[in-house]
Design a protein around this ligand. Structure first.
Ligand code: AMP
Ligand code: MG
Length: 353
């Protein structure tokens, strides 16, 4: 299959009428699949009403079919059409954060392809805050199911180039609207029951949510490998770079010691670190992912950094960790998944002496 690249300038007026967006929209109407930028990561979009389009998304990504897709919409009418009802707290979240990186899980109205929702009674739905995404949904006139546009298990794509690397020849096209902003996926919030629960941390933080609707729960499975998560997708390995990733909790000295211990064993070592520790790790290959002074810069470049190790044939990658509040919760959630939960702690090693 030939994969078209439609390059667009996200800042032009009447984007939905541009030739590129029109061509991409036509492909979507033919139930083909098209990747497009959102404010979080690139999505792989398909008609959420069509089993054929949804099958194609799962095939192109190699995604397990029990992992439901998020439906992307561009207006409130579509929300009313595809969900059964919008409870008060969901309404408040939508009012406060849409368009934006928060997905609400609600009972659906049974009009969507059952493959989108993996036969669940609920659907995850959001309105992205990106002019290209909104123009494409508008031009197609369809709700678009869109998981991240990467091969399942790999880091999510934050540029059209990442999408091309994973999916070239497998999808009809890519709308290239430049690098994405937030860099991590949306926050998934279950609003389908009386109790509001964060199923996946993401672009909108728990703290921001609580400012709007008061205290909310976080799915305990996010922190405990033994508990089955309520969000089906959270049980799968995700975001993994091509070499094993190990998280390091402790001082700079401890980090550098771990690097040197591995080098002494003959290993080729990578380090994923912030600007503040540039040049200090002594690793064979350092990738700088943002600054500790502004964790949103770490979120923005996290997946790009994980992908940057791909061609280096390293034996091990050590990564710094972050405090688990604000956007740090989402960063750590992704890093835990990328590392398969492997973390070495300075305090543990000190206790062994
Ligand atoms: P992705 O499409 O890769 O951004 O992943 C979407 C995430 O949302 C996955 O973790 C899904 O399991 C989750 N999700 C989508 N729909 C639902 C739903 N109806 N109930 C619970 N989680 C959902
Ligand atoms: Mg994904």
């Amino acid at each position: 299959m030939n994969t078209n690249i439609w390059t667009v300038d996200k800042n032009v007026e009447n984007l939905s009428e541009s030739r590129q967006i029109q061509q991409a929209a036509q492909a979507l109407k033919r139930n083909e699949v098209v990747a497009f930028p959102t404010e979080t990561v690139y999505g792989l979009g398909g008609n959420a009403l069509s089993d054929i389009a949804i099958d194609h998304i799962f095939q192109a990504k190699g995604r397990p079919s029990d992992n439901p897709l998020i439906v992307h919409i561009s207006n409130r009418e579509q929300l009313i059409e595809y969900v059964d009802k919008v409870p008060e707290r969901a309404e408040k979240l939508i009012e406060a954060f849409w368009p934006g990186p928060i997905t609400v899980v609600l009972q659906h109205s049974k009009k969507l392809s059952t493959k989108v929702t993996a036969n669940l009674p609920t659907v995850g739905i959001r309105m992205p805050d990106h002019p290209v995404a909104l123009a494409l949904i508008e031009a197609a006139g369809l709700p678009l199911a869109a998981p991240s546009a990467n091969t399942s298990g790999k880091p999510s794509p934050t540029s059209a180039n990442h999408v091309e690397k994973d999916l070239n020849g497998k999808i009809s096209g890519i709308v290239d609207g430049g690098e994405t902003g937030v860099g991590l996926e949306s926050t998934v919030v279950d609003c389908s029951n009386d109790e509001v629960v964060i199923l996946r941390p993401g672009g909108v933080t728990k703290e921001q949510i609580e400012e709007v609707i008061g205290p909310v729960k976080v799915d305990p499975a996010l922190f405990d490998q033994e508990t089955a998560p309520r969000s089906p997708g959270m049980k799968y390995t995700h975001y993994a770079p091509s070499s094993p990733l190990v998280l390091v909790e402790g001082s700079q000295t401890f980090f550098t010691k771990k690097v040197n211990d591995a080098k002494r064993e003959g290993k080729k070592v990578g380090a994923m670190i912030t600007e503040e520790s540039q040049g200090l790790s002594q690793a064979d290959y350092e990738v700088i992912t943002g600054s500790r002074k502004d964790l949103s810069s770490v979120a923005h470049s996290l997946y790009r950094s994980l992908r940057a190790f791909d061609d280096c044939e390293l034996d091990i990658i050590f990564a710094e960790i972050y405090s688990e509040n604000e956007i740090g919760s989402a960063i750590m959630n992704r890093l835990r998944k990328a590392s398969g939960g492997v973390i070495i702690k300075e305090t543990d090693e000190m206790n062994n002496f």
